[in-house]
Design a protein around this ligand. Sequence first.
Ligand SMILES: C[S@@+](CC[C@H](N)C(=O)[O-])C[C@H]1O[C@@H](n2cnc3c(N)ncnc32)[C@H](O)[C@@H]1O
Length: 223
Amino acid sequence: MFDRDWFTWHELYDTPNSKLARRLAAVREQIAAALDDAPPGPLRAISLCAGQGRDLIGALAGHPRAADVHARLVELDERNVVAARAAAERAGLPGVEVIAGDAADATHYLPSVPADLVLLCGILGNLTLPGVARLVEHCTQLCGTGGSVVWTRHREVPDPVPWICDRFDENGFERAYLSEATVDHGVGRHRFLKDPQPLSPGTSLFRFVGHDRLINGAAPWWT
Ligand SMILES: C[S@@+](CC[C@H](N)C(=O)[O-])C[C@H]1O[C@@H](n2cnc3c(N)ncnc32)[C@H](O)[C@@H]1O
């Protein structure tokens, strides 16, 4: 059950210099930086609530490590799944696999963990704060040692981005990048320094509440 039309939401990316277009550019830069830092050999990437995959597919297109990457994108809206598969094909990226399903179900990621790159883009603002804390904790089961989590969160007042950084810190991640506080979109990249924990099939990683329900008080962020 969707709280909004997540297919048309992606049209905002097509408006040059829109908040979302600028966020996309920043996310692609951080994905490219993570790939630049990654060890040689095959790489595994996962994207939760991947939408049309514009971030990862855009960053991989033309990147020297593109052929090394096997990516598993999980997205619920079938229209976005179709769009992401088509974009991967157009970009010549056979290693990009797009799964239609519930991204909260850990079972989807079992073949792809521990991952070198975990994308949590456009997702944290749709979770309660305890839900964000739980998902960051689950990143210790998704991300391999030295791997990166690239994440986004809009910076509405009260700005939760410093709090999110603290959650990464306390779970064994170090901050590799954080966008300036004055920029309206928050983009972060954290590297995992510890050994990954086992991921149990069937674990529910998060509950996607939806930004609109969170701001209208139906399910406030802090509940
Ligand atoms: C804000 S968009 C972000 C899309 C993409 N990650 C990006 O940043 O461009 C949120 C996406 O989450 C998807 N979504 C919502 N609940 C989901 C779930 N339980 N499993 C998989 N995808 C979900 C929506 O269909 C939508 O495409």
